[in-house]
Design a protein around this ligand. Structure first.
Ligand SMILES: COc1ccc(-c2cccc3nc(Nc4ccc(N5CCN(C)CC5)cc4)nn23)cc1
Length: 295
């Protein structure tokens, strides 16, 4: 390197990445808090580093490189920032670190009011509207995958199941993998594995429910929906869940949730994908309700 070497901010040398603690695990990835400390004096910056858990062969490695490319192409206030990747055989994804962790943990810990719930909900819709403008479907929108920067800012933080929908197509068919988040899935995803922009809206409705229940474990979607299924067990859960959702039996209205917010959730859970609101219209509806709340 000479005097004119451009310090490429997006190259992180593995030898300067010091592992601090584990932050969480997704489908095939594991996220770790690291300090990038090239001066080796503890004054480095905190970064979130995501790596493949175990290269289970198949197309996992190419899916992993795809996920990195997707995040690298996204620039939005409500989407976690890509910082770079560490080279070598095992490619690690380096992202900004959000100190307050997942919305699920943050919300359980502190009793936030309806206006702040709606502020976060609106920001998630902004991030999702941007994602859809680039023809991506997220397929795993849930409170656990939203991260908190501060009391007034959340970002979508994991793109492990994100897929690109080609211009000429309306939806994306995916064979189920073991750990599908079925209680966040739209009925057409369960029935035909058909994922679309509208199925992300359904998952947003479930995420909005999580936010208004403050992620109360007693009210969480898997628990609540399983209770509503009676005692359907094993693979019967999906079949029973499909018939429950087709009979418009959905999650109940959370305590102290404004009626018009519950109506928004119900619209997101319309059995007909085409009848669900767009993220654009959700942004407007949520802002209107929030303003009426702030009086
Ligand atoms: C599915 O698991 C994850 C975990 C981390 C991330 C991720 C990606 C990109 C940036 C980023 N910043 C943070 N911050 C963060 C902070 C605290 C915690 N804690 C988890 C364990 N708790 C007991 C304390 C807080 C987790 C994540 N997490 N994070 C995404 C998915």
């Amino acid at each position: 390197s000479g005097p004119f070497t451009i310090l490429d901010q997006s190259v992180f040398h593995k030898r300067y990445l010091r592992k601090m603690r584990d932050l969480g695990e997704g489908h095939f990835g594991k996220v770790t808090l690291c300090m990038y400390d090239p001066n080796n004096d503890g004054t480095g910056e905190h970064v979130a580093v995501k790596a493949l858990k175990h290269d289970g062969g198949g197309n996992q490695h190419e899916c992993w490189l795809k996920e990195i490319d997707i995040l690298k192409s996204l620039y939005h206030a409500n989407i976690v920032k890509y910082k770079g990747c560490s080279g070598g055989k095992v490619v690690q994804l380096i992202m900004e670190f959000l100190p307050l962790g997942s919305l699920k943990e943050y919300i359980i810990g502190c009793k936030i009011g309806v206006p702040q719930c709606l502020l976060f909900a609106g920001q998630i819709c902004q991030g999702m509207e941007y994602l859809q403008s680039k023809r991506y479907i997220h397929r795993d929108l849930a409170a656990r995958n939203v991260l908190v920067e501060n009391d007034n800012l959340v970002k979508i933080g994991d793109f492990g199941l994100t897929k690109h929908i080609p211009e000429e197509k309306e939806y994306y068919r995916v064979r189920d993998d073991g750990e599908s988040p079925v209680f966040w899935y739209a009925v057409e995803c369960l029935r035909e594995s058909k994922f679309s922009f509208s199925s992300d809206v359904w998952s947003f409705g479930v995420t909005l429910y999580e936010i208004l229940t403050r992620c109360d474990p007693a009210m969480n979607p898997p628990k609540k929906l399983t209770e509503m299924l009676g005692n359907a067990h094993g693979q019967m859960v999906v079949t029973a869940l499909i018939s429950l959702l087709e009979r418009r039996k959905t999650l109940p209205c959370p305590k102290d949730c404004p009626h018009e917010v519950y109506m928004l959730m119900k619209q997101c859970w319309n059995v007909e994908p085409g009848q669900r609101p767009s993220f654009k219209s959700l942004i407007e509806s949520i802002a209107t309700i929030r303003q009426s709340y702030e009086g």
